[in-house]
Design a protein around this ligand. Structure first.
Ligand code: MN
Length: 136
């Protein structure tokens, strides 16, 4: 039998303590656990208020992102991409990236990834790439 859910910021919870280091401002981010029936795979929706984003990080096993609401940013080592609902981003294992809202617009995305804390956040910030005009 299939499991159904809906991406809904009203169902989201504060960022767990273990993930605070991943975000520039955890108070502006909410996480909504989503069901995932695929063994060894996890999924969640992440809702970023304007100005909120992750720090640069990489996922040991990679990460799949589907933008569901708003306007946001996904940046890898080469480019800063403005993303909108329907955009799909697939980050390879070990690839550095960061993602979140633009400075002026909220963004929500669904992630599909290893269900554990499959993260490395020990790399410097990329503030210079987060310009006030992003998404305009
Ligand atoms: Mn990521």
């Amino acid at each position: 039998m299939d499991t159904f859910a809906k991406v809904d910021a009203a169902q989201a919870k504060p960022v767990p303590e273990a993930l605070h280091k991943l975000f520039n401002d955890p108070s502006k981010v909410k996480v909504q656990p989503l069901p995932c029936e695929i063994p060894d795979v996890g999924s969640k929706a992440v809702h970023f208020e304007a100005g909120a984003r992750t720090m640069p990080h990489r996922h040991t096993k990679g990460q799949h992102i589907i933008v569901t609401d708003g306007v946001g940013v996904v940046a890898d080592e080469e480019h800063v991409h403005v993303v909108r609902p329907g955009d799909v981003i697939s980050s390879p294992p070990g690839g550095w990236h960061w993602h979140g809202a633009t400075p002026t617009t909220a963004m929500s995305h669904v992630t599909i990834e290893d269900p554990g804390l499959d993260l490395d956040v020990e790399r410097g910030n990329w503030d210079e790439a987060y310009t006030p005009d992003l998404g305009r």
